[in-house]
Design a protein around this ligand. Structure first.
Ligand code: SF4
Length: 767
């Protein structure tokens, strides 16, 4: 039985692994192959030619303008191939060649055009291309007869009188697809498994597709049997025949799941799916216009701004998010960049320190950076100017690829892969440099922005030469007026150079400094401006980010490494290990501050960099990776500062924060502080996180009060499990780690917390 279960799990994991390896778009290309192959066998070689021509037409329409504009291009862009395949599959095998070419041009040019005010293409490109073909069919004397004689050009589906003859075709014939219709629409035998794989493993937005597939048969069955179904056979009102004979599965699977042209919210997606189904069914049955469902998709696309509330907001400027100031007043986001807001505004990190009646401490200035600013010289922005003069974007990309640089914002994703992903998307793109540091115990970005602002801005400029953004947004922490001033001054200095003046507009904006804004989609939401809530992916920010444009978000430390890596080469950065990163060292050490640490350096060595433990203190615990990471007991001091080793021990590299706890500090109270922080910082979007973070605080407080806390600790474990599995973003997934680590390593200190010396040591403890 166990073997059977594990084999089943293995089989189920195959599509997941394929998706993880190939990415969603290439998976969609793969899933479009079965209906293409079936259509080519059933309708013959000409059908294969129609699909191939459609794909080639889309690729050329995408590449040629870029070649003319001397921009980088790729022939094998999955988005373009998907558009070509979908267009081809919705055509008949008899479609004249010139119509296919026009359809491909319309799909790829106006179809992919992203108006600035909307930030995304308004219509599904393939649906728009298919509509252009339909207009030509209507106007061309050779094919216009089809519009009067119900779908003659595309081959009428089994629902039409003329196509089906006088007897209803057998269900299995319809299911197998051995009837007339468009190349990729006839065979549900092919489309059904494809639809299941798409909805279960590839796309995240499935509500519109499911709503459509469910609504179509329900609507058909509810229509009066005496309905005047223009040009259709009586069996058109059989819901099963209708579902299998119409193009519902193809449209639901591939058009209603398009992340760009369907609503963002689940509710909006359901309304979208139901509306498209209703318009499609009524349009098909009560008119003789072939393929009405396709036009219903376009109408649905038009309604998306209304369903998303974008239009409403634009017209009436209502519901703009507000930012709370310390004096109780509110201002609309984005907050104007003004030094005066820095000391007074309420920020996430302050809530962490305020839990115990304290304030966020000043950034220690005892750290030392040598390698990160090593490219600084008297000539301002020398590396950037050299890159502009001598290097191509591919040169810089190759250097970064070889250096192995990983993002320093917490996720540690290989930097070059993020760049490649956004480069694979079409312009216009946006670059966001994230310098809002919403995580307690982390201060390296503020350290850079205050002391090495020119390095960060030069890195931003180098990155801009690679991804060629239309706009650069530098998000600066709002609670550090000096960082704001320094970055603004460095940007002005950059603009004064000839090369810097040629860069696109650079906006320096204040960050909300929320912990959740460490998540890219939440940061983008806060900049739009909306409530800072993480969004479901896909679409990923590199596909649809700020204003719906492909957006690269990179942390301040990450961009700050670029000048020195480009100057000294990838080997210099890799050194003997896997590179260097900054560590924010704080807590019970003699010299807290920011230090450069080679990958593989042990925690003990990092402690020594900070001068060792503060005088008279003994080590109780060490926290690596901020409050979302577990506390480690002193026995872990030999661990290397490296992702997998720390993860195995229950901690994480995260943003590179290392906090040292002395014996005199109460770790039960520290864990409570982290739990309260995440309760306050949860954006509330998903129930497990919203409710779970509050429950964890309540249970932890009770556990510290009672003599027998077994029940509370057991429930904490259960709540943490649910949060880990069902939360949308990393906050909910990791919110309990500090609490759980205390349960794991120091169970004995929890219960005697109110009873003995543990608390006496820490009179200010508020557990
Ligand atoms: S996990 Fe928490 S912070 Fe993240 S989206 Fe859900 S509610 Fe918001």
């Amino acid at each position: 039985m166990q073997l059977l279960m594990s084999s089943l799990r293995g089989i189920i994991n195959v599509p997941r692994r394929v998706r993880a390896r190939l990415g969603a778009k290439w998976c969609v290309v793969l899933l479009l192959i079965p209906p293409t192959v079936f259509g080519s066998i059933h309708f013959g070689l000409r059908a294969a030619m129609v699909v191939a021509l459609s794909v080639i037409g889309c690729i050329l329409a995408s590449v040629v303008p870029r070649i003319i504009a001397k921009k980088d291009y790729t022939f094998a862009h999955p988005g373009t191939i998907i558009t070509g395949l979908l267009l081809g599959l919705t055509l008949s095998a008899e479609t004249p060649i010139y119509m296919i070419v026009v359809g491909a041009l319309v799909a790829q040019l106006p179809g992919k055009y992203k108006p600035r005010w909307l930030g995304r293409n308004p219509f599904n490109p393939a649906a728009l291309g298919r509509t252009a073909v339909a207009v030509l069919e209507f106007t061309d004397p050779l094919t216009s007869a089809a519009w009067k004689n119900a779908d003659a050009i595309s081959g009428a589906s089994a629902l039409f009188k003329d196509a089906g003859g006088h007897l209803r075709p057998a269900i299995w014939t319809i299911f197998a697809g051995f009837n007339k219709g468009a190349i990729g629409e006839t065979s549900e035998m092919m489309l059904l498994p494809v639809c299941i794989l798409m909805l279960c493993f590839v796309v995240v937005k499935r509500q519109a597709a499911i709503a459509m597939i469910v609504t179509v048969p329900l609507l058909v069955i509810s229509l009066p049997a005496t309905s005047d179904i223009v040009g259709h056979a009586p069996w058109a009102l059989n819901p099963l025949v209708y579902l299998l004979s119409s193009n519902t599965f193809l449209l639901a699977t591939f058009f209603a799941t398009d992340p760009m042209t369907t609503p963002r919210s689940r509710f909006g997606c359901v309304i979208f799916g139901v509306s498209v189904a209703v318009l499609g069914v009524l349009g098909r049955l009560y008119t003789t216009i072939p393929g009405m469902e396709m036009y219903a998709v376009l109408v649905g696309n038009m309604a998306v701004p209304v369903l998303d509330g974008t239009l409403w907001r634009k017209l009436f400027r209502r519901n703009r998010p507000q930012f709370a100031m310390a004096d109780g007043s509110t201002v609309e986001l984005p907050v104007p960049l003004d030094d005066s807001i820095a000391p007074g505004a309420r920020f996430a990190v302050e809530s962490f320190f305020a839990t115990n009646g304290g304030e966020e401490p000043e950034i220690p200035d005892t750290g030392e950076l040598v390698r990160l600013p090593s490219a600084l010289c008297d000539e301002p922005f020398a590396v950037f100017r050299k890159v502009v003069a001598d290097a191509t974007p591919e040169n810089v990309l190759q250097i970064i690829r070889e250096s192995g640089l990983r993002g320093c914002g917490g996720a540690r994703f290989p930097v070059h892969r993020k760049w490649e992903a956004v480069l694979a998307e079409e312009n216009p793109r946006i670059l966001v440099v994230n310098g809002q540091e919403g995580e307690p115990e982390t201060f390296k970005d503020r350290f850079i922005m205050q002391n090495y602002a020119r390095v960060a801005v030069e890195g931003m400029a180098i990155l801009a030469t690679v991804i060629e953004p239309e706009e650069i947004v530098f998000v600066v922490t709002s609670r550090c007026a000096n960082a704001v001033r320094q970055i603004k001054a460095a940007v002005d200095e950059l603009r004064a150079t000839r090369e810097g003046a040629a860069l696109p507009p650079i906006r320096v904006v204040p960050g909300a400094d929320l912990y959740v804004c460490g998540e890219e989609t939440a940061l983008i939401q806060s900049l739009e401006p909306r409530r800072a809530e993480p969004q479901l992916r896909p679409p990923y920010p590199f596909q649809s980010g700020l204003r719906g444009l492909p957006t690269l978000v990179q942390n301040v430390e990450t961009v700050s490494w670029l000048p020195s890596i480009v100057q000294h080469g990838p080997e210099w950065f890799r050194g003997t290990g896997g590179g260097v990163q900054l560590v924010s060292l704080s807590g019970a050490v003699r010299n807290p501050g920011v230090y450069e640490v080679e990958t593989g350096t042990t925690l003990d060595e990092i402690l020594k960099m900070g001068g060792g433990l503060a005088q008279g203190e003994e080590l109780r615990a060490i926290a690596v990776g901020g409050p979302s990471s577990g506390l480690l007991p002193p026995t872990n001091l030999g661990l290397p500062f490296e992702h997998s080793a720390l993860q195995d021990a229950g901690a994480a590299l995260g943003t590179g924060a290392v906090r040292v706890f002395a014996k005199s500090e109460c770790i039960v109270a520290e864990a409570l502080k982290a739990a309260r922080f995440f309760r306050d910082e949860s954006c509330g979007r998903c129930t497990p996180c919203r409710v779970g973070t509050s429950e964890i605080v309540r249970l932890w407080e009770r556990a510290a009060e009672t003599q027998n806390a077994g029940d509370e600790l057991g429930m904490i474990g259960e709540v943490a499990d649910v949060m880990r599995q069902a939360s949308i973003c990393g906050l909910g997934v990791a919110a309990c780690n500090r609490v759980l680590s205390v349960v794991r390593h120091w169970p004995e200190v929890i219960q005697p917390h109110t009873a003995d010396a543990e608390v006496e040591r820490s009179q200010q403890c508020q557990v």
